[in-house]
Design a protein around this ligand. Structure first.
Ligand code: SF4
Length: 130
């Protein structure tokens, strides 16, 4: 399970100890990722870990509500994904993108700095005002 805590400089840190190894992601006060660390439990677990770390960072952002896109951007992205042949539905809900392998596409859609792997929608900077 990912654990979150604030840092002294106004940022946040997320840490997890899993069967794949230990992860640590640090954001600064402006929500920029300043460090992503993965220590695999076994050497063969290092391949493909950057993909997992990226996914974990995106999930953490969605969970914490940081780097959140505006409602309009989320709706626009959702409509594109819903009509995309790479999207996978479960129980009539958009669940997965087979292009990037993201199994939590609904979380990816809300993160402003995320982008579609096929270029159908981009990262944005028009985040909602606080
Ligand atoms: S992220 Fe891109 S490729 Fe994946 S389902 Fe959405 S539009 Fe399709």
């Amino acid at each position: 399970m990912m654990q979150y805590q604030p840092t002294d400089d106004g940022g946040r840190i997320a840490q997890a100890d899993t069967k794949f190894g230990r992860y640590r992601i640090i954001w600064d006060a402006e929500n920029n990722i300043t460090e992503m660390m993965h220590e695999p439990r076994h050497p063969q677990q290092s391949s493909g870990m950057s993909h997992i770390i990226h996914g974990a960072a995106g999930l953490a952002k969605a969970k914490l509500g940081i780097d959140r896109a505006s409602d309009g951007v989320i709706e626009h992205r959702t409509q594109i994904c819903k009509t995309c042949p790479k999207s996978i539905f479960k129980d009539a809900q958009l669940r997965k993108c087979s292009a990037c392998g993201c199994g939590l596409i609904d979380k990816k859609l809300v993160v402003a700095s995320e982008k579609c792997p096929l270029g159908k929608w981009d990262a944005v900077t028009d985040k909602p005002s606080a």
